[in-house]
Design a protein around this ligand. Structure first.
Ligand code: C2O
Ligand code: CU
Length: 522
């Protein structure tokens, strides 16, 4: 274990990641170049600068702030050192290959883009594209930005995603539209993205990530680092438990839980609620009053917080998730000390948008898919989707535009955040079932009432919580692009170790042509 570093909370100011400007603009969109680099950055007043990897040498990476339907083109350039500075576990698929250079591939999480720009885990590339993976990836990715929402981009390389992300490769990608702008929500200097992540440190300021056998697998002669890792400190936008000076008025916060694996429940210590206005996939129909917000990793909550009654006081954003240590409880301190400039003229409308929900009748197929814990040949535990490994034959194929219901039968011991690329997921219900009976005989017997999605889940999502012992059902329309995509648990240690599967959206009745197109498409 690392030597514990003691860090004082609320001593650094909350940083705001810089917005990136395009290199070229034209009628249909904008062109950007982003280079992944190694650099050092101070993550706390009392820590020595930490070695990190970041997009354009920043942690978090620069924020894209774009308009809906304006295409964003990004050339992602890997200029990272030859060797990883975090411990690679070469016993897992994708990491066993002896590629002399660090591999990367970028995924725009929650974005709807063609598969050639989606960051398929096998579509990695090394420094200056010297080597590329077995799957095709365009050098310049194309993001059509079809929906206004809070997205983020991050590394997605097979077998080392948890390490590349932990090293710092992630940033916000915000898409706006005119409808949202017409709502007069707090914006400009009253709107903040909050990237919330956990990290541990060695006394010299470097990142700590376990390379020693975990406690269940301590007999093994090699590192076993595929167990979810909850780190010691919470960082917001790259500083350990920072503070933010605010005016007594309404603010908008786009909160993202972007820990490798940690789940968090957010609460304000003043007892005041959050007005949640949006989720992973944009605005909710109406604001929802939430006293606590549970976010599994990569879930987002778009919230309004009203500080108008707190002038002269502090309000602390807490993580009250069960078992959180004192260090990981204090996330961010708001100091309501800046005098109000003029008047707060922003609004919080009762009706935010209208959502076209899917209905069960639209579904042409229901799939039952298990989340199941098994043992590997070394006796380590791993979690699988439908009992299958990454390299097993593709079993989830559907025609473009079809609607399907997926029932996730969680037989494992963990609550998994399940993410599908490219599609919008709508939660139908969660219902507890008899896990032992199912395991023994394959019979699905419910042992309790079905519960509808939480009030703040009643919009589309791209990552949903599938609790242990429950069948979590969601409905999704498989569009707007054909191609090969992935679905996976977004706990990065699970994802890296086989809890990820491909799925394929096919052009109707044209499977062969579609395949050929993909092979020869430039
Ligand atoms: Cu956030 Cu498959 O990714
Ligand atoms: Cu998982």
């Amino acid at each position: 274990m690392p030597v514990k570093v003691r860090l004082q909370k609320f001593v650094d100011k909350l940083p705001i990641p810089k917005t990136i400007s395009p290199i070229k603009r034209h009628k249909k969109g904008s062109y950007y170049e982003v280079t992944m680099r190694e650099f050092t950055q101070k993550l706390h007043r009392d820590l020595k600068p930490t070695r990190l990897w970041g997009y354009n040498g920043m942690y978090p990476g620069p924020t894209f702030d774009v308009m809906k339907d304006q295409t964003t083109y990004v050339k992602w350039i890997n200029d990272l050192p030859k060797k990883h500075f975090l411990p690679i576990d070469t016993t897992i698929h994708g990491a066993e290959k002896t590629i002399p250079q660090v591999r990367t591939v970028v995924h725009l999480h929650g974005g709807k883009q063609h598969d050639h720009s989606d960051g398929y885990p096998d579509a990695w590339f090394t420094r200056n594209f010297e080597q590329t993976g077995p799957m095709f990836q365009r050098k310049v990715c194309e993001y059509p930005n079809l929906e206004a929402t809070t997205l983020f981009y991050h590394d997605h390389t097979m077998g080392i995603t948890r390490l590349n992300n932990y090293a710092g490769l992630g940033g916000f990608f915000i898409i706006r539209d005119e409808h949202e702008q017409s709502l007069n929500l707090p914006t400009g200097k009253y709107e903040f993205p909050l990237m919330i992540q956990d990290r541990s440190f060695n006394p010299d300021g470097s990142l700590f990530y376990p390379d020693t056998p975990d406690k269940d697998n301590h007999r093994l002669p090699y590192p076993s680092i595929v167990t979810p890792f909850d780190a010691d400190y919470i960082l917001v936008n790259g500083k350990v438990s920072p503070y933010l000076e605010v005016e007594p008025r309404k603010y908008r916060f786009r909160m993202l839980n972007y820990c490798n694996s940690r789940a968090m429940t957010f609460k304000l210590d003043s007892g005041q609620p959050f007005y949640q206005i949006g989720t992973d996939r944009g605005l909710l129909e109406k604001p929802v009053i939430m006293n606590e917000i549970l976010l599994l990793t990569t879930e987002r909550a778009d919230v309004i917080v009203d500080f108008s009654r707190s002038y002269g006081k502090t309000v602390i954003l807490k993580n009250v998730f069960k078992g959180a240590s004192p260090e990981t409880t204090d996330v961010l301190q708001f100091r309501v000390t800046t005098p109000l400039k003029g008047k707060d003229t922003s609004s919080l409308p009762d009706q935010l948008t209208k959502i076209d929900f899917l209905s069960r009748e639209m579904a042409t197929k229901t799939r039952d898919l298990t989340l199941v814990r098994v043992e590997d040949k070394y006796g380590r535990s791993l979690n699988l989707l439908d009992g299958k490994m990454w390299n097993d034959r593709i079993s989830e194929k559907m025609d473009l535009g079809t609607v399907e219901i997926w029932r996730l039968l969680n037989l494992s011991a963990d609550d998994h955040p399940i993410h599908l690329h490219v599609v919008d997921m709508q939660i139908l219900e969660r219902q507890p079932f008899d896990v032992a009976l199912y395991q023994a005989s394959g019979v699905l017997k419910f042992i309790g009432q079905a519960t509808p999605p939480d009030p703040n889940e009643r919009g589309f999502k791209d990552t949903i919580r599938a609790p242990a012992g429950y069948v979590t059902s969601f409905i999704a329309k498989f569009d707007p692009f054909v191609g090969l995509f992935v679905w996976h648990c977004h706990m990065l240690e699970h994802e890296d170790y086989e809890m990820m599967r491909p799925f394929e959206i096919l052009k109707k009745k044209n499977g062969l042509k579609n395949l050929l197109m993909r092979l020869f498409y430039p």
